[in-house]
Ligand binder design. Sequence first.
Ligand code: ADP
Ligand code: MG
Length: 380
Amino acid sequence: MADEVNRDLRLEGLRKRYPNGFVAVENLDLVVPSGSFFALLGPSGCGKTTTLRMVAGLEDATKGTISIGDTDITHEKPYRRPVNTVFQNYALFPHLTIMENVEFGLKRKGVKETQVPVHEILALTELEAQANKKPAQLSGGQQQRVALARALINRPEVLLLDEPLGALDMKLRRSMQIELKRIQSEVGITFVHVTHDQEEAMTMADFVAVMNAGEIEQLGSPYELYTNPRTTFVANFLGRTNLIRGRVLGREGSGADEMVKVDMYGTTVSIKAGRVHTTSPDVWIGIRPEKVIIQPQDKPMDGLGAHFSEAVVSDRNYTGVSTDYTLTMPWGQNLVCFEQNTGRRGGLVTVGTKVDVLWRPEFAFLLDSSQDAEAGIGED
Ligand code: ADP
Ligand code: MG
């Protein structure tokens, strides 16, 4: 059946060297599954827009190929690609009504019967009541929807969205995220959503590719990327993480059961081989702050896991729903612990309290200690 033909968007060995010699994209490999909501996430300047512009045909690829299914579109003219783009600045025609803005793409293609498709798209984007207004009479969120409607009217196979919510304030941004996801699942078109906002990528996308300095660092589901990052950059860019020095002692078992034993300041912990992303004996042991459990030393500690004593609460930040504790470990390093304020403890732990620290090694990951522990911190 024709509609079972694979229509994944595939970028292979893609490179972009600008005329001034700057290499913005380097050997980029990426498969965007057909019909998925895909996020390209990375700090400002890492090459996201350059990548999208190559897919759209607005920029020539210096090397590599771009294909959709079996069709190579690397050198295809922009208007002949089954691809459309929504930019952050909506680029609406100010003198045309919303309906005319949306209709424009169909008319240009010579489509005569525009009424039905235009009304379908206006309904999908909840713009029917605005159809006869001009763009200037609309709010930012509504204008963004018009830009989306205009890009969808030609039913592209792939829709590229370059920081489409970047101009909206936080509250509107959150509601538009839900809207965009609903629209994508209704139309079933492949969405490639570019953003530097990790929370936006995590909450919206089926798959996220984390991009850094012109390359893809890791690709996976939000859950895979967050719980099992392969580099310090990915670990830090997707939320907070504790990175603790360790030394590999050896391996045990084989296949899916293979474990790597690591010494961490005198405590031996076993970590699944599938969460080990280095062959070096010196490692970073990564532990997410919400996986760290603390208990004042005069209270019994329950639960299984790797265990430390003699840590001290050195700072505390109460946020209502949770509390962020800073723990000074016996070896002098500060770790972060996020605790939900469930009330189980009765109250908060006060600064200066000696605590036991517990964490489940099945959630830890091992990274190469030659990587910068601060990579990806404070970047946007
Ligand atoms: P992002 O969208 O991730 O912020 P861009 O793809 O816009 O990143 O840019 C990636 C890098 O390429 C940046 O360092 C930027 O300054 C550079 N760059 C973008 N356009 C050009 C150009 N036309 N000529 C030279 N360098 C460019
Ligand atoms: Mg950009």
